[in-house]
Design a protein around this ligand. Structure first.
Ligand code: C2E
Ligand code: CA
Ligand code: CA
Length: 239
């Protein structure tokens, strides 16, 4: 009953579709259960490991197909959680699934800042290996953890995602705006791309473009949608 929804990510300067983030849903008769209600249970029981494997396989199958049929550079990001990263077979599992598609797989990894920092010694080499497999690394919920500047310069990352909580207060709070401006400048000085997530209004999108944010994601631009609906979007764009 698990299923992946896909939420589009757009290049800020020209609204070009770059790819999507895969978000897990539990489809039960008559209702769609959101991750907030079941991810923690999967984590506690360890079931997140096989479920994460399903997520990776499903996202990979779709991105390989979509790249071949619609958009060669398309990328799909999957979220990984603490328990998955601690599982000793994690890397082997990823390698076994991704290696056959190494040349052209288009899978990215989203890992939260706080999770990454929890065990930096263990996680940094892991992320380096994932990059060797062709994955881009995205640091999720950025600004809510405690990355020291010292670490930030050495993280094997390609992208940071400014947390929704900052985006949602951006237009009301000069302090938040100042902070986002500084995060974007800092990230750019380290050659990292910046994604704003949770963009819900046109005003937020405009301001983020002015601040030179690279990529936008949020309900204003596109909600998470079933794979076949996302595929229609791709088909319409390439028609
Ligand atoms: P996340 O990775 O930070 O994902 C972003 C969440 O914000 C998603 O909630 C998304 O639907 C929601 N969102 C996107 N745009 C907007 C917006 O404009 N406004 C608002 N208010 N919300 C927006 P979702 O899908 O309920 O997922 C919640 C969390 O569950 C995710 O947070 C992620 O940490 C976790 N998760 C989801 N799928 C997976 C998965 O396959 N594996 C793992 N390990 N965790 C997952
Ligand atoms: Ca995410
Ligand atoms: Ca996030």
């Amino acid at each position: 009953e698990f299923e992946l929804f896909y939420q589009p990510k757009f290049l800020a300067v020209d609204n070009r579709l770059l790819g999507a983030e895969a978000l897990l849903r539990w489809r039960r008769p008559g209702e769609m259960v959101q991750p907030a209600e079941f991810i923690s249970v999967l984590e506690e029981t360890g079931l997140i490991v096989p479920v994460g494997q399903y997520v990776l396989r499903d996202a990979l199958a779709h991105v390989v197909d979509w790249r071949a049929r619609y958009q060669p550079g398309l990328r799909i990001a999957v979220n990984v959680s603490a328990r998955e990263l601690r599982y000793s077979g994690f890397l082997d599992q990823y390698r076994a699934i991704l290696e056959p598609h190494r040349a052209d797989q288009g899978i990215d990894i989203e890992i939260t800042e706080s999770l990454l920092m929890d065990d930096i010694e263990h996680n940094v080499p892991l992320l380096e290996k994932l990059r060797e497999l062709g994955c881009h690394i995205s640091i999720d919920d950025f600004g809510t953890g405690y990355s020291s500047l010292n670490y930030l310069t050495r993280l094997p990352a390609d992208e940071i995602k400014i947390d929704q909580s900052f985006v949602s207060t951006l237009t009301q709070s000069p302090e938040t705006m100042g902070m986002i401006t500084n995060i974007i400048n800092l990230a750019h000085s380290l050659s990292l791309r910046v994604v704003a997530e949770g963009v819900e209004t046109e005003e937020q999108a405009k301001l983020l473009r002015l601040l030179r944010c690279d990529i936008l994601q949020g309900y204003f631009l596109g909600r998470p949608m079933p794979a076949d609906v996302f595929e229609e979007v791709l088909a319409n764009l390439s028609a």
